[in-house]
Ligand binder design. Structure first.
Ligand SMILES: Nc1nc2c(ncn2[C@@H]2O[C@H](COP(=O)(O)OP(=O)(O)O)[C@@H](O)[C@H]2O)c(=O)[nH]1
Ligand SMILES: [Mg+2]
Length: 452
């Protein structure tokens, strides 16, 4: 992949539609465009759209017209990619799109790969990796909450946060290394004082990083959506509850115990957050082979869920005595739901009592929001598993630096550990000079959409 080649791709979905946008970007954009339109290419005004006939071969008499389209020319570096680029807004026929793209290729462009426009922008210093990833997160957001989180992390505050952390770490290193000569001398008052000061500073940074990591974990969970497993004995009304929560007849409801065998899923956006509810086979001892396979799946679903709705219509004694189940849910948020309230059951142990057939379920939804702290006002600055992993690695190397101060009191060992944290920050923002554009493309941009 050569980032400075001129690339072309369809930027809108590949279906018949009212309009389709084809994007061309790279140093040869202007010259390639000049082959398709009769307008004098030197009179183009950047960022202005104009209507133009696009010719297959404008020098040919009676040349075929590809389409009459709105053309916008963006002059580098003031463009999304930093290179000259052109957006063609066409009539949305895939036939027209293919014809335009092959004509642009004939005059010197090549087909873009996924995320390559954003890769060009990164290459031209238009954005760092955090911002590029934020744009991708925004495109892939699938709920109101996800969109909000992605928008917030696009502000560039995250870059500022890690760059100022880097500056502070470099300061600590500089101050420490001033005393490195004293490492083996007997006079160590200033030396030890400087180490203690560094340790305090590092510990403060660790506290801050842990806060950031917690917010990032929460943001990632909310961005992806919350998975809730509905679990319990057979016939207590789990499938009825699933159907009521998602507002659709997803799972078969019947008075016969053991009806649900496969995991049945339904999605619903509630207060802006995307939830995936998973109805499971009722847990009981049985000789039925297929039902047992279903129960195996129930356990797997429990294991991967963020929250468990533990349901019962006759107290939770049987469930509580199931050692395997209790082990699985030990470290997860659990809401005990007593079902079939309309039949007059009452249950002391339950967190909530309801009838999925008759009741409004908003108290249960409120409880889920409370359990997962989804009503918080804290905004995350970072989003994405990559970011979360880097923040944790940076924190870990600072923790190692702090331990090295206590254990070794050797400045060169300590500053080495802090340097590892600095190197991780560089990598995180895409400023690691040892990484090639290919490496970065593989880890990040190749996961983007085509045409972005
Ligand atoms: N009266 C009443 N019956 C319910 C309620 N929820 C479920 N049922 C009935 O209980 C039986 C089992 O329900 P189902 O949802 O299939 O239970 P599952 O085996 O736990 O999935 C069905 O006959 C439902 O109509 C409820 O809230 N009130
Ligand atoms: Mg069921």
């Amino acid at each position: 992949m050569l980032v400075f080649e001129t690339i072309v791709a369809l930027s809108t979905p590949p279906y018949k539609s009212a309009l389709a946008i084809v994007r061309l970007s790279g140093p040869k954009s202007k010259e390639i465009l000049s082959h398709l339109i009769k307008k004098d290419i030197d009179t183009l005004i950047p960022n202005h759209s104009f209507l133009a006939k696009l010719y297959k071969d404008k020098n040919e008499l009676n040349s075929e017209i590809i389409d009459e389209a709105m053309v916008t020319f963006y002059q580098g570096p003031k463009s999304y990619t930093g290179f000259d680029s052109v957006d063609f807004s066409l009539h949305g026929s895939m036939f027209i799109v293919d014809e335009l793209i092959s004509t642009l290729i004939k005059y010197g462009a090549r087909r873009a790969e996924k995320g390559e426009f954003s890769a060009q922008a990164y290459y031209n210093g238009k954005m760092d990796l955090l911002k590029a990833e934020g744009i991708n997160d925004l495109i892939n957001a699938n709920s109101q909450r996800a969109k909000r989180i992605a928008t917030l992390t696009l502000s560039g505050k995250n870059s500022k946060i890690i760059h100022s952390l880097k500056d502070r770490l470099l300061d600590i290193i500089a101050n420490l290394e001033y005393y490195v000569e004293d490492q083996y001398s007997d006079e160590k008052n200033d030396y030890n004082e400087e180490l203690n000061k560094a340790n305090l500073n590092i510990k403060e940074e660790i506290v801050l990083l842990n806060k950031t990591i917690n917010l990032t974990e929460q943001a990632n969970k909310e961005y992806r959506g919350i998975t809730i497993a509905i679990v319990g004995e057979p016939n207590v009304g789990k499938s009825t509850l699933l159907n009521a929560l998602v507002g659709q007849d997803k799972a078969i409801v019947s008075p016969i115990p053991g009806t649900t065998r496969d995991v049945v899923e339904g999605q619903k956006e509630l207060n802006g957050v995307l939830f995936t509810f998973k109805d499971t086979a009722g847990i009981r001892k049985t000789d039925d082979l297929v039902e047992n396979l279903g129960i195996e799946r129930s356990y797997k679903t429990i294991d991967s869920a963020d929250v468990i709705l533990l349901t019962s219509d006759c107290g939770f004694k049987l469930l509580d005595s199931n050692v395997e189940l209790m082990k699985l849910i030990k470290n997860k948020p659990v809401i005990k739901v007593a079902t079939k309230r309309d039949l007059g059951h009452s249950d002391e142990q339950a967190d909530i009592q309801l009838s999925a057939l008759k009741d409004d379920l908003s108290p249960l939804i409120d409880l889920i929001f409370e359990k997962l702290a989804l009503n918080h006002k804290d905004e995350a600055d970072f989003l994405g598993q990559r970011e979360e992993d880097y923040l944790k690695h940076i924190r870990d190397s600072l923790q190692e630096a702090s331990i090295a101060i206590d254990d070794t009191k050797m400045i060169d060992i300590v500053s080495d550990k802090i340097r590892t944290a600095v190197a991780l920050i560089n990598e995180m923002a895409g400023e690691d000079l040892n990484k090639t554009m290919e490496d970065i493309y593989e880890t990040l941009f190749s996961k983007f959409c085509l045409g972005k």
